[in-house]
Design a protein around this ligand. Structure first.
Ligand SMILES: *Cc1c(COP(=O)(O)O)cnc(C)c1O
Length: 474
């Protein structure tokens, strides 16, 4: 199993362990497996037994062994077992699946991890994977990131207490939800630094870029990242598509997925390419419908951040979808030159590309199963209310976008909706929908009142670098 860049699909390729700690490929593309591993019907039956008999971590190890055959025997199982614990996920099944009685819908609960969002599914595995890799190389690393919500918290909770790692997260001061702030700032760990920047999310991202452009500083302090384009995150997410399918007890399913950066649904696409019996992949966006526009018209037009709307499903408020290039590489039959042209040349210059007249786009829905749609604030409130009224099930606003689309899409079913966050994270919208705040799960009781650990910094790269150097040297 070798990994190549989306922009140069030929060549030798690199093993999983060499791409794990890196970001973009040197040519600016994203790493993808040269070929997706195939899962035969026989293997599918065997995996079903593994999940039933040995649990989620054992299934994760089987999947990981296909994507990362370069680990010593038994190592992936050890790593997966340390990631997917009942303690971290509050449920021995890790990803329980419920049927909504009298409907064609199932809910796959991906948000039972430490930060109550599906990002934990990948991050909890990234923690032990990074640590193992750094131990093998006798190396260390500083993870520097910017976050407006879920990702930074999930990364901090996955990496805290790990000796070879430091984590510094930049957040726009005062701009996250109170729950998200509490989740990050309550962490009291010598390897974690919360930095509240006097600015907006884009300022935080620009600061991260500025630090990374300083080659000397970057090398001196081993600055790296765990962003959503990391292939290990995608591989970790492939696991729950298999698990949810097995737990649904159905022969063939569709999935409905609330989508922002195209990370979650990309894993569904990969699982389908591997041989999981998936009929449709229903892609749900909110008012920021960049991806719905592509799947409906063939035009991919990233937005400026000034054109990105603030919605009530904020984790899907994206201007461009960072993982989308991987799907386009598959759509174009791994023609690296074409992908490089579209993403390397067309996008920065003109701001959009148009595949509408191409045979590849015409065949896309049939071949890859995608169905797409967007939803509004009113749609999401209605979906929350409906599940609450008819099933006494409370879903968060992102999951509600997918529920809305699953019901509106006309896809016959069975449809598994991926639940991506717990309602407690978005109390205001829940209260607006059902007239009462969401319940606070026992493990989050007291979180809002916990002492805060956060350092305020101005929007200034030199000040940030100075602060980081002091902290890392200490
Ligand atoms: C990140 C996130 C999404 C979007 O997932 P992508 O992988 O970016 O498409 C949806 N819902 C929640 C709650 C999230 O945190």
């Amino acid at each position: 199993m070798r990994y190549v860049s989306t922009r140069a699909a030929g060549g030798e390729g690199l093993p999983f362990r060499d791409i794990l700690l890196s970001g973009l490929a040197p040519d600016g593309g994203l790493y993808i497996p040269r070929r997706y591993p195939e899962v035969s019907p026989g293997r599918l039956d065997q995996w079903r037994e593994v999940l039933a008999g040995q649990g989620y971590a054992a299934l994760a190890a089987q999947v990981l062994d296909l994507f990362a055959p370069d680990y010593p025997a038994g190592e992936t199982l050890r790593l997966a077992r340390s990631a997917y614990t009942t303690e971290a996920f509050g449920d021995p099944e890790i990803v329980p699946v419920d049927h909504l009685e009298g409907t064609r819908l199932f809910l796959a609960h991906l948000s039972n991890g430490p930060t109550a969002a599906f990002k934990d599914m990948a991050m909890q595995l990234i923690g032990p994977l990074f640590e193992y890799e750094l131990e093998q190389r006798d190396a260390w690393m500083t993870v520097l990131g910017a976050t407006s919500g879920d990702t930074g918290g999930a990364a901090e909770h996955a990496l805290l207490g790990r000796e070879r790692l430091r984590v510094a997260m930049l957040t726009p001061r005062g701009r996250m939800t109170p729950f998200q702030q509490a989740q990050m700032f309550s962490i009291d760990d010598p390897v974690v630094a919360n930095l509240a920047i006097d600015g907006v999310f884009d300022d935080c991202q620009d600061l991260v870029k500025a630090v990374n452009l300083d080659r000397e500083f970057k090398e001196r302090w081993r600055i790296g990242a765990v962003n959503s384009i990391n292939w290990a995150r995608v591989a970790a997410q492939v696991v729950y598509y298999f698990a949810a399918y097995f737990r649904s007890g159905q022969d063939r399913v569709s999935f409905a997925v609330p989508t922002g950066n195209f990370g979650n649904i990309l894993a569904g696409h990969v699982a389908r390419q591997m041989g999981l019996p998936v009929d449709r992949l229903i892609l749900a966006t909110n008012e920021n419908n960049v991806l719905d526009e592509f799947f409906t018209t063939g035009v991919y037009r990233p937005r400026a951040s000034s054109q990105t709307l603030e919605t009530s499903s904020p984790s899907m408020d994206i201007s461009k979808a960072s993982n989308f290039e991987r799907f386009v590489a598959d759509l174009l039959g791994r023609d690296g030159e074409r992908v490089a042209h579209l993403f390397g040349q067309v996008l920065p210059e003109d701001g959009f590309f148009d595949l509408s007249g191409t045979p590849e786009f015409a065949a896309a829905s049939e071949r890859f199963g995608f169905v797409s749609g967007g939803s509004t604030h009113a749609d999401r409130l209605a979906a929350i209310r409906r599940l609450w009224r008819d099933h006494q099930v409370l879903v968060d606003p992102h999951t509600a976008d997918a529920v809305h689309l699953a019901l509106a899409s006309g896809v016959p079913g069975p449809i598994i909706v991926t639940e991506t966050a717990l309602p407690v994270k978005f109390a205001q919208t829940i209260a607006e929908a059902i007239g009462a705040p969401p319940p606070v799960p026992a493990r989050f009781a007291g979180l809002m009142d916990a002492p805060r650990h956060v350092t305020d910094l101005p929007n200034d790269a030199a000040v940030l670098k100075g602060w980081l150097a002091d902290w890392l040297a200490g």
